[in-house]
Design a protein around this ligand. Structure first.
Ligand code: HAM
Length: 420
């Protein structure tokens, strides 16, 4: 019997995991500048959280959830995204009652969707996301968008395209919805079965259909831009003004429809423009969801956020040939020759490590040449050689691998010498 990893999942091995850590650490650092605090919610939730949160008409809920019954017969689901869980926690833990509002949260963790795996699309993937709850200011929309752009740019991506749209407030959406139904209903029989269901559930999502995207009614469909009421239009204008103030380039695309039901007002996606990136170019998606907290039984509270996956982030870095500045060398490799020197090397590397230095030694009784080879593999900045003779004289010979210079220092001073 051979054991294999499930389709659409990955083992992230040493050598590769450092790139993940680099992105995650940069995301945490940027969140600190922007004052977003980490939240960790469970990997699984009651299925209802996503049915209500993400929306019954979405592909995620209809086709992609990993749902199972626990031993008491309750329906549980591995989280397909982070917004619904974050809002559930915000309401359940009454974060809205805390003195400092808005509540600005971020998360990094695995999400699960039963999708057809391909480049950039996995069944388990890691999302970094932020959610800002409690602010109705268009400045918050601009902040959230700028945080995502800042992360991509800090890590080194250049070929990015930001697309924004407004889905308007409830009134605007209602008027647009009615116009969409009137537009598609007479010929809905020509559309796929999913679109036929979407017509009443959420006609906006017809515009997002991959099957019928070339149908002539798509191009002539009523645009949300013509149905935004004055307030929604003013809001959207302000968001654009702030983005311009922040020197963030964007394109308004009235056809940008997000695949989740909770959005209103600002919706946005960041795409990679890099050549050879592949078919799936969306790196990040987000938007405003002013009704969601109330849907979860909380007080009327506006919200906005985004999520991006590390998998697609890395694919975009590869497409742009960005090398991450990952430290690959160690400070010191201790070469020990002879029984007593080997014994002493155990505490020697311990002392180096305790002093905050990266240190390694040989554990396999290797010959001197093999130990030097190992030091090379570790890209050691210093190699410290301890033989019986040195041990007797209480010294150790230290070679600076960059300059080639070699000195003898007292064994007790090795740590201080390397640190200096
Ligand atoms: P989403 O558009 O479903 O939105 O996903 C956001 C991002 O997650 C995508 O742009 C993509 O980078 C990544 N992603 C999604 N599915 C996969 C997959 N199968 N494999 C790899 N990466 C994937 C949300 O999840 C919303 N919760 C975002 C949000 C937060 N809106 C407001 N707040």
């Amino acid at each position: 019997m051979s054991f294999q990893i499930p389709r659409g999942t990955q083992d992230i091995l040493p050598g590769d995991v450092e790139r993940w850590q680099y992105i995650e650490n940069t995301a945490r650092e940027i969140c600190r500048y922007y004052q977003y605090k980490e939240i960790r919610t469970p990997i699984f939730e009651h299925t209802e959280i996503f049915q209500r949160g993400v929306g019954e008409s979405t592909d995620i809920v209809q086709k992609e959830m990993y749902t199972f019954q626990d031993r008491k017969g309750r329906s549980m689901t591995l989280r397909p995204e982070g917004t619904a869980s974050t809002v559930r926690a915000f309401v359940e833990k009454k974060l809205y009652a805390q003195p400092s509002q808005p509540t600005k949260l971020y998360y990094i963790g695995p999400m699960f969707r039963y999708e057809r795996p391909q480049t950039g699309r996995f069944r388990q993937f890691v999302q970094f996301g932020v959610e800002a709850l409690g602010s109705n200011s268009p400045a918050m929309d601009a902040e959230v968008i700028s945080l995502a752009m800042e992360l991509y740019r800090t890590v080194g991506l250049k070929k990015l395209k930001l697309i924004i749209n407004s889905l308007g407030d409830a009134d605007s959406r209602k008027a647009h919805r009615e116009a969409l139904i009137a537009h598609f209903e007479p010929r809905i029989g020509e559309f796929c079965s999913d679109c036929q269901k979407r017509l009443q559930q959420n006609p906006l999502r017809i515009l997002d259909c991959k099957v019928d995207r070339n149908h002539e009614l798509m191009a002539t469909a009523p645009s949300i831009m013509d149905y935004l009421n004055e307030e929604s239009r003013a809001y959207f204008n302000k968001v654009q003004q702030y983005l311009t103030d922040l020197n963030i380039e964007f394109t308004v695309d009235p056809n940008l429809v997000r695949g989740l039901d909770y959005y209103n007002h600002t919706a946005f996606e960041i795409m990679s423009d890099a050549e050879g990136f592949g078919a799936i170019t969306t790196l990040c998606g987000g938007g405003r969801y002013n009704g969601l907290v109330k849907d979860f039984g909380g007080p009327e509270t506006p919200g906005i956020g985004f999520a991006l996956s590390i998998e697609r982030f890395l694919a975009a870095l590869d497409a742009e040939n960005v090398e991450l500045p990952i430290e690959q060398s160690i400070d010191c490799f201790v070469v020990a020759l002879g029984e007593k020197a080997k014994d002493r090397s155990v505490s020697l590397v311990y002392e180096l490590r305790k002093a905050g230095l990266t240190a390694e030694k040989d554990y396999e009784d290797k010959k001197m040449k093999a130990q030097f080879k190992a030091a090379d593999r570790y890209k050691a900045k210093f190699v410290a050689v301890l033989g019986e003779d040195e041990l007797e004289r209480n010294i150790i010979s230290v070679k600076n691998m960059e300059t080639g210079t070699q000195v003898e220092v007292s064994i007790d001073e090795l740590t201080a010498y390397i640190k200096a």
